[in-house]
Design a protein around this ligand. Sequence first.
Ligand SMILES: [Zn+2]
Length: 93
Amino acid sequence: MALECKVCEQANIDHSQVVMRCLDSPSWCGYYLVGFDKLVSPFHMAISDWLQTKIDAGKRRFIIMTPRSHLKTSLFGVSNIVHRLLRNQDERM
Ligand SMILES: [Zn+2]
């Protein structure tokens, strides 16, 4: 039985797809859960995929260099943290 979600139902989107995307990517997590609607651009999705690949490989230290106003804090400082806590509520940062 599928979970009924009024928010997704009103927005006419698939709740299970939202859950899968949020668990899969910091960008989608920022988009759906935090409201950063620009984080799903191809540029940010590529950075998000790169970040997730490194984290999955056990890397813990990163440096990202992009000009200001390129949403580094939105992606790394907010969405990534929400994403990691969503995946593992016991994770320490
Ligand atoms: Zn929902």
